[in-house]
Design a protein around this ligand. Structure first.
Ligand code: ADP
Ligand code: MG
Ligand code: ZN
Length: 614
């Protein structure tokens, strides 16, 4: 809409300009020569003037001249100085006629140009205003500025290294392609999909790719766009956005940076019902009110899910969360390949090596890297991007990221690797623990520097004592591994310790699993209620101080003994610990299966040596 306006005005101005130029050309073609009045009088006296047209203030006519010895005629024009020129003309017997000159064009131009000028200025000012304040020109009917991107041109191939997220989104695409068919078969989809992940991992890209792959309209707005307006406008925009989307179904509504809009309510400094709160409420109302079977999918992205209002995450709202994680080494190779597509690069370029040099880089960093390397190649006067440029570019970007504290150093990576393999190895060795799916040292968020993913194979309702003990041992495996390898421990385990202690406490107090205390249930400390804070009460303990001491001792005993179990396992399989850590350091994330193979390879020679000894 806006673009269209802009172009038509520019076209108009250009057209006027062309007309003026053509006009000038025509005048030049007729080659009217402007001469001084005196020259005209002289020519008159010499009898060279043949024909004259007189207007109010000009005299135009033809006169004979001698040029290169030949006689020709030229058209001349001069300013009428003498008002009595007709007498003079009569005297020299020249045919002359009077003409009333039309000043129409000149007059038109003299008012059209100022008007155009001011319209132009007004228009530019309005555009500025509109850019700042949302679309002023469309303030009346359409309150939301919406980008309708029918032709996205982004496909899944453009987003690499995020295969798990893509897998989950495939279903959404199928639904958008044929919503009727999908729902007829009984398929049910979540209303809201929340893409969660660190900045620059490709959340926005993925949302656009979903639209591109399914070929449906894409209504995209950023969370901050809803709130910078006058009071009440944000809510109106939300309403309008949904109304438009319903008309265009099947389609996608995408709210980027949802946290700007969806911060937990009541956190604002103003406290009361501010603008953002109204907007958020409206969003919740709209989400509850629409029927997903009409084919509208609501997507949002955020890198700070923890500050979102819990109401947004409730079932029926943004209840499906898709993690868009930092890429591992293999993922980085794929992302680099995507971004190298548009670039001339040396065939000796080793993408694997570049991926190895860039742990912690996200998609946006890698895109930046390729760009930087290409610029360096130009500066070096090369026609292809080579390894040297990438090396230099990596150094530059790493320096920048380190300043922003986004990279962990080599020693930290090593500690994290041993820590995570420690967890995994203990889990593999103990019966009744959940299988290890994945071991990763790709940092996520602020708290966790790495993770070991254990996925239960079945739902459990009962757990035995030994299973609980094993769980504690697994939680402590990380710290034990650090101690074995580095003879020092780090702060990276405090979550693990909390978990281990929690389980141990439950064993003692709730499940009656401690020898000393026997089969007695000690009520868990009640969660503090608002009421308790108000009157300053501590929740009452239902057992004596002495018992409390015993409980504490028993908890410590369980935790300590399980720490020893974990440490013994790791000492016994020290070789696997080292191999596993090296592997994780190299590849950043490995399947649990690979560690299991290492472990089996380690066990076999051992059993054979035992049989030999026996
Ligand atoms: P986010 O929304 O997660 O902050 P974006 O989607 O805006 O990140 O990503 C910014 C840019 O970084 C993209 O336009 C793309 O060029 C690049 N990029 C990010 N992630 C990927 C990826 N997984 N594959 C390819 N390019 C990526
Ligand atoms: Mg984004
Ligand atoms: Zn841990």
């Amino acid at each position: 809409m806006e673009n269209h306006h802009k172009f038509s005005i520019w076209y108009f101005l250009i057209a006027i300009w062309i007309v003026l130029i053509v006009h000038n050309l025509i005048i030049q073609m007729f080659a009217v020569e402007r001469i001084p009045y005196s020259e005209f009088v002289k020519a008159l006296q010499n009898g060279r003037v043949t024909e004259v047209t007189v207007t109010e203030d000009r005299i135009q006519g033809k006169m004979k001249i001698v040029e290169d010895g030949r006689e020709t005629e030229k058209v001349f024009s001069t300013i009428r100085v003498d008002p009595e020129v007709s007498k003079l003309l009569e005297k020299y017997d020249v045919t002359f006629k009077g003409v009333i000159e039309t000043h129409f064009l000149r007059d038109l131009a003299s008012w059209l140009f100022p008007v155009l000028f001011f319209v132009g200025i007004w228009y530019l000012a309005m555009r500025r205003f509109a850019a700042q304040q949302g679309s002023f020109l469309t303030l009346g009917k359409k309150k939301a500025r919406v980008y309708m991107e029918d032709e996205i041109g982004v496909t899944f191939d453009d987003a690499a290294g995020v295969d798990e997220a893509k897998e989950e989104l495939v279903e959404v695409i199928e639904f958008l392609k044929a919503p009727k068919k999908f729902t007829k078969l009984g398929g049910k989809l979540p209303k809201g999909i929340l893409l969660v992940g660190p900045p620059g991992t490709g959340k926005t890209l993925l949302a656009r790719a979903v639209a591109g792959e399914s070929g449906v309209p894409f209504f995209s707005m950023s969370g901050s766009e809803f709130v910078e307006l006058f009071v009440g406008m944000g809510a109106a925009r939300v309403r309008d956005l949904f109304a438009q989307a319903k008309e265009k179904a099947p389609c996608i509504i995408f709210i980027d940076e949802l946290d700007a809009l969806g911060k937990a309510r009541g956190l604002g400094i103003t406290g009361g019902h501010d603008e953002r709160e109204q907007t958020l409420n409206q969003l919740l109302v709209e989400m509850d009110g629409f029927d997903p079977t009409i084919g509208v999918i609501l997507m949002a992205a955020t890198n700070r899910p923890e500050i979102l209002d819990p109401a947004l995450l409730r079932p029926g709202r943004f209840d499906r969360h898709i993690l868009v994680d930092k890429p591992d080494r293999k993922g980085r190779v794929e992302i680099l390949k995507v971004h190298l597509k548009g670039i001339e690069w040396d065939k000796d370029l080793d993408i694997e090596t570049i991926a190895g040099m860039t742990p912690g880089f996200v998609g946006a960093d890698l895109a930046n890297l390729v760009n930087e390397a290409a610029l360096l190649a130009v500066r070096h006067g090369k026609d292809k991007v080579g390894m040297a440029e990438f090396q230099e570019a990596v150094e530059r970007i790493v320096a920048g990221l380190e300043k922003k504290n986004r990279l962990i150093n080599e020693q930290e990576r090593k500690i994290v690797a041993y820590h995570e393999v420690g967890h995994a190895l203990v889990a593999l060795c103990l019966p009744g623990t959940d299988p290890v799916r994945k071991i990763s040292i790709i940092p996520r968020g602020v708290a966790a520097l790495g993770y070991t993913l254990q996925v239960p194979t079945e739902d459990r309702f009962l757990m035995t004592r030994s299973e609980l003990e094993n769980k504690i041992a697994v939680a402590l495996g990380g710290r034990a591994a650090e101690e074995i390898k580095f003879r020092d421990i780090s702060t990276g385990a405090h979550n693990d310790l909390a978990r281990a202690t929690d389980i141990a406490r439950s064993m003692v107090k709730e499940y009656g699993m401690s020898k000393e205390l026997g089969h007695v249930y000690f009520e868990k400390e009640r969660q503090k209620k608002l009421y308790d804070y108000d009157i300053g009460l501590r929740p009452p303990k239902e057992y004596s101080e002495r018992t409390a001491e015993v409980i504490d001792r028993e908890i410590k005993k369980i935790v300590d003994s399980q720490y020893k179990v974990a440490k013994d396992i790791l000492m016994k399989h020290r070789k696997v610990l080292d191999e596993g850590a090296a592997l994780v350091l190299k590849e950043e994330s490995i399947e649990g299966e690979r560690l299991r193979k290492l472990l089996e390879a380690d066990k076999k020679p051992e059993t054979s040596s035992i049989t030999k000894r026996a």
